[in-house]
Design a binder for this molecule. Structure first.
Ligand code: ADP
Length: 475
């Protein structure tokens, strides 16, 4: 068995703010069938410590960035975990990154430096008699791992860093070099210096043996100024180390035939009961056109402002909109205002169960992101026969087959894509959606194609396993 330590700041179903958690939670199970034993190192947030069964301390740490800590080993939600019990860093309820005022905790650089430090230590010395051959970190929160491995002189461990979203660079003021246990001699452009500051992500991007990101298209986009967020030069420099491996979805949790949240179904006709239930739940009347749904963080990235601008086109086509999301207060308010119209319903909040009912009940799911490393909700849409209407970018480009005349003629289309990503093009796309929906034969073909498209982890687990094997020379 190949031993891999996954280092992640969130992990579904224990603690989740986005797709990174889904991936961290799914990888160990997906890789078990590929001869990989993956353990996951997590910060000991209250939700994680509370879920941990049969936890045993395997290590005591006298001073972990300002206080004592313990490393616990245990299981939760079927995951084999190492958890950092450090109340001074992680003993805070709620969102893993934000305080009650909705702002980043000021000590986030230190908190996740601590995660990286413990990850490096487990990789360098082992924990409870277990030592990984590979450390696989996720995003900036695991960025300093390679710096610390260097300090610990444990560079025999191979490292992989996965970029889930390059927009989060893990910045810190250079005055914190010492507090972050970084080597001042490496504060330069080949190290972790980024536009005059410190970046945890840059450290990992420069230092990891291999880089992955969550779709082939996003991998290519990262090397461009438009998507690279100032790190495109770094990405070009490391292009030989970079691969795009698509995320899969948790096919046990997201299966319309077994989903306990919904009226279960195996073919698109079974969606009707869910649609009726969703309309009842949201207070929407019957309508001629498609019921479109959105499940999303409300941020600029997700392009939800474009939907509001293009909304009249959908309504003119007899369509409706039902939305679940939270985030930017201005966007929330704008959606709440739109929901005063009879054909629009909005729920602000985070609700896993409701997200299932929305996706089961909708005819189409809208994902108009300005950039999207992989995106998961369009994959849920495919699985549930809820036709994805997506922006042509990142993983959205890789996972949906646009209903072009040629693709329709060949009977292979699974959704609709639009580009360039602006309100006008989205308007046209919504008009196309309404037209396709009217043609019931074509529409049900789209739905059946969508439901037949593989969206699980099989392919991607093989790709990760091959990457690990290549890195350790065990091919
Ligand atoms: P990102 O990671 O950028 O937020 P992804 O599409 O990769 O975007 O993953 C988002 C995940 O979070 C999906 O599993 C989605 O269903 C879930 N999600 C987002 N917002 C909500 C919400 N308000 N309620 C329930 N689930 C949500």
């Amino acid at each position: 068995m190949m031993r891999v330590l996954s280092v992640a700041s969130e992990c579904a179903p224990l603690v989740k703010t986005g797709g990174l958690a889904d991936v961290a939670g799914a990888l160990p199970g997906a890789l078990a069938g590929q001869g990989v034993q993956m353990r996951t190192l997590l910060p000991g947030y209250p939700a994680v410590l509370g879920a941990l069964a049969g936890a045993a301390p395997v290590e005591a740490i006298d001073d972990l960035f300002g206080g004592p800590a313990r490393l616990l080993a245990g299981k939760a939600a079927g995951l084999d975990l190492l958890v950092i019990d450090a109340p001074h860093l992680f003993g805070r309820e709620g969102n893993p990154y934000l305080g009650p005022d909705g702002r980043d905790w000021p000590d986030n650089p230190e908190r996740f430096a601590a995660l990286s430090w413990v990850g490096a230590q487990v990789a360098a010395r082992g924990a409870g008699g277990w030592r990984p051959q590979i450390l696989h970190g996720h995003d900036w929160q695991a960025g300093f791992v390679t710096e610390y491995l260097r300090r610990m002189q444990a560079q025999d461990v191979r490292t992989v860093l996965t970029i889930h979203n390059i927009a989060f660079t893990g910045p810190a003021d250079p005055g914190r070099l010492h507090a972050l246990r970084l080597d001042p001699a490496r504060f330069h452009s080949e190290g972790f210096e980024y536009w005059g500051g410190i970046s945890a992500l840059k450290a990992g991007l420069m230092g990891a043996d291999r880089l992955t990101t969550v779709s082939p298209t996003y991998a290519a986009e990262l090397m461009t100024p438009e998507f690279g967020m100032g790190l495109d030069g770094v990405m070009r420099h490391r292009r030989d180390a970079l691969t795009g491996i698509l995320n899969g979805i948790d096919e046990a949790a997201w299966n319309p035939a077994t989903d306990a949240e919904i009226a279960r179904y195996r073919d698109p006709a079974g969606k009707a009961a869910n649609k009726a239930a969703l309309r009842a739940e949201m207070g929407l009347p019957d309508a001629e056109g498609p019921l479109c749904v959105i499940v999303s963080r409300m941020t600029h990235q997700k392009g939800l402002d474009l939907v509001l601008q293009a909304l009249p086109e959908l309504l003119a086509g007899g369509g409706q909109l039902a939305v679940l999301g939270s985030g930017d207060p201005d966007l929330q308010a704008a959606y709440q205002a739109a929901a005063r119209g009879p054909q629009v319903a909005v729920r602000i909040g985070y609700d896993e169960g409701f997200s299932h009912r929305l996706i089961a009940g909708g005819d189409a799911i809208l994902v108009p992101s300005r950039f999207e490393p992989c995106g998961l909700t369009q994959l849920y849409g495919l699985r549930y026969g809820t036709v994805p209407l997506v922006a042509l970018t990142g993983g959205l480009a890789d996972t949906v087959i646009n209903a072009s005349p040629a693709a329709l003629a060949r009977g292979v289309a699974t959704g609709i894509q639009f580009a360039p990503i602006d309100a006008d093009t989205l308007r046209h796309a919504l008009a196309r959606l309404c037209a396709l929906y009217k043609d019931q034969e074509t529409w049900s073909r789209l739905q059946r194609n969508a439901m037949a498209q593989p969206v699980g982890w099989d392919q991607s687990a093989k790709a990760y396993a091959a990457l690990y094997a290549e890195l350790t020379g065990t091919e």
